[in-house]
Structure formats: C-alpha cells, structure tokens
Design a binder for this molecule. Structure first.
Ligand code: RB5
Length: 142
C-alpha cells in the first residue's frame, strides 16, 4: 500500500513518529512530503498537495497532521473523491474506514499522544470498508 504523509509544524513530531512506525512494516511504501522542521509552515499548502495526489490515485491513502487536524481536514475535503477523516481516538479511526471509506486520516499533533495515534494509523490502514448501505451513502457525498 502506497501512503503519503504530510504535516505542518504543529504535526511534524507526530508525522515523524508515524513515518518511523510505517517504515518498520513491509506492507507499506511511505512517501513523506514534509514538513521536516518545527519552523512555522502553512498547512493548506501541504494539505492541497496530498489531497490532490490521493484524489488522482497516485497513492492509496494519505495521512495529514497539523496542530488540531482541523485546517488539514477542511482543505483536503474540498477535493472530489477525498474523504478525509479527522479522528481523535481508536473508535473514530476504525469507523472512518468501516462506514465512510475514508482515504485520508487526519490527526491533531497537539491533541492526541503518539501511542494512541500509531494504533489509529494501524486501524485506519487495516480496516476494510463495510460497503452495503454505506456504499450508497458514500456515493451521495460527491
Ligand atoms: C498552527 O499554529 C495551527 O493553526 C495548525 O497546525 C492547525 O492546527 C490548523 O488547523
């Protein structure tokens, strides 16, 4: 599975933790589009880039992290075909896949700890879409 990561300065530490976690698995090919420091950065730039690439199917999934996750999710969800899920816990990460077929996981680097976030990443990448009645609803989004 091809995964693209992006963050601003508010999410860079958690993004680095996610990258190290994913690179330890043979199941994932990880691309990191930054940022790479805690210097102030504009979250829309990275969110546009990641969302466009996932919408064009250049990657299977994306992970976006800013301070709260709010700005990243607002930007990413402007793209047709993008279902960016701002998740705060294991339940929302799991449901974002089961019911919403989310293709971008968004988290707040200043909201959740790395331990929980890495478990959320695993759930997000491994949980299948349930389909059925949820397929119709997902189609209604666009
Ligand atoms: C940066 O200070 C912060 O605004 C950003 O990381 C994010 O939380 C925006 O939604």
């Amino acid at each position: 599975m091809d995964i693209v990561l992006g963050s601003d300065h508010g999410g860079v530490d958690l993004k680095e933790a996610c990258k190290a976690h994913l690179e330890g698995s043979p199941d994932y090919r990880v691309t990191d589009w930054g940022v790479f420091s805690v210097d102030s950065a504009d979250y829309p730039e990275i969110a546009h880039r990641v969302a466009q690439a996932v919408a064009k199917a250049e990657f299977d999934r994306g992970i976006l992290i800013c301070g709260t996750g709010l700005g990243m999710s607002m930007v990413a969800n402007r793209y047709k075909g993008i279902r960016a899920a701002l998740c705060h816990n294991l339940f929302t990460a799991r449901m974002s896949r089961l019911h919403n077929d989310a293709n971008i996981l968004v988290m707040g680097g200043r909201v959740i700890g790395a331990g929980q976030a890495l478990e959320m990443v695993d759930l997000f990448l491994k949980t299948p879409f349930e389909g059925g009645r949820h397929q119709r609803r997902v189609e209604q989004i666009d």
